[in-house]
Design a protein around this ligand. Structure first.
Ligand SMILES: [Zn+2]
Length: 235
């Protein structure tokens, strides 16, 4: 099993690791800070010994680092890894934003999230909702920005599945997780949102900067898609 450095500390930008397996053009390391594609998040990118990754994938507990080709790696080899930090930090800011937005829309409308796509430049969340006009969208975005400005701490911890099921707010989420998972990783944005989640987040909502609503789309009778972006924080 790959040690997931991105769960211990989402701010690791460079690290050393050892090659434990080769699989075609994919590399498995003993530890990694590269967050794989999944949960709506696009893959991290970067380099391993100077060679650029094309994607990072997850299969079960294993993380696969994908290259165009694999000529210069051997099992047991020590490697130096560098993340594309600009990309990754934007993904973190977008992802925490998506959680805040989901909790705001859920609180206001009761709508559930039916899908999401977190990318560095533009992200979206789909809601099971009948109506979603421009005015409503800007009021949701305003509420998200007030959480951003409040500087709410973001924390993560692991919980036994049975314990998580006893927490009233988490029951729905715990039930949504695959039955085989015994330990759940919980991400908590202060008093705003608590979810079972495997992705990377900022430490404090202030790091997000400013959230802008970009547009909405109707994806079927009861499915509304909201696109958003983040602007750089004012120093
Ligand atoms: Zn998430």
């Amino acid at each position: 099993m790959t040690e997931k450095l991105f769960w211990q500390d989402a701010y690791v930008r460079e690290f050393d690791a050892k090659v434990v397996a080769l699989d075609g053009n994919r590399l498995v390391l003993d530890r990694t800070a590269f967050n794989p594609r999944g949960g709506g998040l696009v893959s991290d990118l970067g380099t391993i010994n100077g060679q650029s990754l094309t994607e990072v994938q997850k299969e079960g507990d294993e993380v696969f680092h994908v290259f165009q080709s694999l000529q210069t790696f051997n099992v047991g080899m020590k490697v130096h890894c560098v993340l594309d930090w600009d990309r990754r930090y934007r993904i973190m800011r977008m992802h925490t934003t998506a959680h805040i937005l989901s909790s705001v829309v859920h609180r206001e409308t009761g709508a559930l999230i039916t899908g999401n796509q977190i990318s560095p430049d533009e992200s979206r969340v789909d809601f099971d909702l009948e109506s979603f006009d421009k005015e409503k969208m800007s009021s949701y975005i305003d509420q998200v920005n007030s959480v951003v400005e409040r500087g709410v701490e973001v924390s993560s911890y692991f919980m036994k599945r049975d314990e998580a099921l006893k927490m009233p707010g988490l029951v729905k989420l715990a039930n949504a997780a695959p039955p085989s998972v015994e330990t759940l990783r919980i991400v908590q944005i202060g008093d705003v949102d608590t979810q079972a989640d495997g992705g990377v987040h900022v430490r404090n909502t202030r790091e997000i900067g400013k959230v802008v609503g970009l547009r909405t789309e109707n994806k079927g009778k009861k499915n509304r898609r909201l696109y958003f972006g983040v602007l750089e924080p004012i120093a």
